[in-house]
Design a protein around this ligand. Structure first.
Ligand SMILES: Cc1ncc(COP(=O)(O)O)c(C=O)c1O
Length: 465
């Protein structure tokens, strides 16, 4: 064995202790660390022949890279929709690496059953009834990809074709209809060979990001009886708006379409009685995307794809090979269900989180985050420095600067805030207006964090006036 490897093998307990110490030091200070830092890569360093050994690598990481890491695991990183990692989820994630099981291998362990148990708990959490199955993927983008791949296969079947087997050649164009689809839907369409341009944007309700049902009905009528795909959006990134999921599902009685719902983080509305009405009808989707690394607060990278059409799914994603054993379409293994073959046991952090905190713990995170967003929204509404652009429905506050909110001023404000280090927000454009989003999804965030963020926002707004 290589000398450095041999050394590290002999000192594995000390290595794990040192790792624990480093992680602890980071997490103990995460609330005081800058929420974000100006990106600056250290001087490049290449591969050496002899290697540094673990201690050298840890030292190099701490001195060269760690100072440039953000506080995205902390309470005031409000960019994108970034959850953190609850203690149990983090522990589950560490053990995932330590045990290093291949979730796709159903022949030599019970790990696939652990994933099934986790999926069942998640179906229960989100109100997805019997008949739904699911599996873990890397993120909502791939979850949307899987849902759309299923829709594509379902439509090809209607034309007597097998898209997985024969490709899209000779098939009529597959139309996709959606209101305010997330950018990842367009990316998925690109990867699936269905084309970004073949998504028809259906008008949304006035001043909303929720689809206009009448406009959707008209678009469906124009399909002349050809089956298509409808992507419903349950929680848009700018304003957390929800399509009327039941209303869309009702249209299935008149029109032939596959209903995929992107509920990447909006799906978490289902777990709180305050918001559950927003996801009514979710259970009537053919496929559903929900992220775990957002509001379940498990580490990146984990999302779920759910569907009521598992046999169809296995036809699309089957990975048949003699050395993998026969494929049972009625009871396919994980290797036959998603884009990946071999993969880590992504379910374990979620399993730990669900076991540790149950329904109540996760509901409390969602409700506390939404309270924080409402609080910030109220401050903005009553301030002369900012303008609220949409009602705060759940966990995102969409607003802009008072006066002339041009792109330059919005960018300077965001950079100023980032450099001050107290809070991190990301930009967007809402109905043509350059604006900002404050997205609350971290389990650590408290009311006092809103106050700290608010003071910093006022200071920076003052400076750039
Ligand atoms: C509604 C929605 N769908 C999909 C995605 C893509 O998620 P991911 O980055 O996990 O692939 C996001 C990310 O913010 C989202 O908000």
């Amino acid at each position: 064995m290589n000398q450095k490897l041999e050394h590290d093998l002999q000192h594995l307990p000390e290595i794990l202790q040192a790792t624990l110490k480093a992680a602890n030091a980071f997490l103990e200070g995460v609330a005081d660390r800058p929420a974000a830092v100006r990106p600056h890569a250290p001087e490049a360093q290449g591969l050496t022949d002899e290697g540094l050994g673990f201690e050298g690598a840890l030292q190099a990481f701490k001195t060269r890279w760690e100072p440039g890491f953000s506080g995205s695991a902390g309470p005031r990183y409000l960019g994108f929709v970034t959850g953190g990692a609850t203690p149990a989820a983090l522990a589950g994630d560490w053990l995932t690496s330590a045990y290093d099981q291949n979730a796709a291998d159903a022949a030599s362990s019970n790990v696939a059953d652990l994933e099934s148990e986790t999926i069942k708990m998640l179906c229960d959490l989100f109100g997805l009834p019997e008949g739904f199955t699911g599996s873990f993927v890397t993120g909502a983008t791939i979850s949307n990809f899987v849902g759309l791949a299923l829709g594509r296969q379902w439509i090809a079947d209607k034309h007597g074709r097998d898209a997985a087997q024969d490709g899209l050649y000779g098939l009529p164009l597959i139309k996709v209809l959606s209101g305010a689809a997330h950018s990842s839907t367009f990316k998925a369409l690109s990867m699936l060979g269905m084309g970004r341009a073949n998504l028809t944007r259906i008008p949304t309700l006035k001043d909303r990001e929720a689809v206009d049902l009448n406009a959707l009905r008209r678009a469906l009528e124009q399909q002349d009886g050809q089956a298509c795909i409808v992507v419903a959006n349950a929680g848009t990134v700018n304003t957390v708006d929800f399509d009327d999921l039941s209303g869309i599902a009702d249209l299935k009685q008149e029109f032939d379409f596959w209903l995929h719902t992107d509920a990447a983080f909006g799906g978490f509305a289902a777990i709180s009685p305050r918001f559950a009405h927003l996801t009514r009808g979710l259970e009537r989707s053919d496929s559903v995307c929900i992220d775990a690394h957002k509001w379940l607060n498990v580490p990146y990278d984990a999302a779920m794809q759910f569907t009521r059409h598992r046999a169809l799914q296995a036809r699309v994603f089957q990975n048949s090979a003699a050395y993998l054993g026969p494929l049972d379409l009625e009871n396919p293994g994980l290797v036959h269900l998603t884009p990946e073959n071999s993969r880590r046991l992504r379910a374990l952090p979620a399993w730990f989180a669900l076991q540790a905190y149950g329904r109540d713990g996760h509901r409390e995170i969602v409700e506390r985050n939404c309270d924080a967003a409402r609080d910030l929204g109220e401050k903005i509404e009553h301030s002369s420095a900012f303008k609220l652009l949409a009602p705060v429905r759940m966990n995102v506050v969409c607003f802009t600067l008072a006066g002339n909110p041009d792109q330059t001023r919005v960018s300077s404000f965001i950079e100023g805030l980032r450099d001050a280090g107290q809070v991190f927000l990301t930009p967007t454009v809402l109905h043509g207006v350059p604006s900002l989003r404050a997205a609350f999804s971290n389990w650590r965030t408290q009311g006092s964090d809103v106050e700290i963020a608010w003071q910093s926002m006022l200071e920076i707004a003052q400076k750039i006036l």
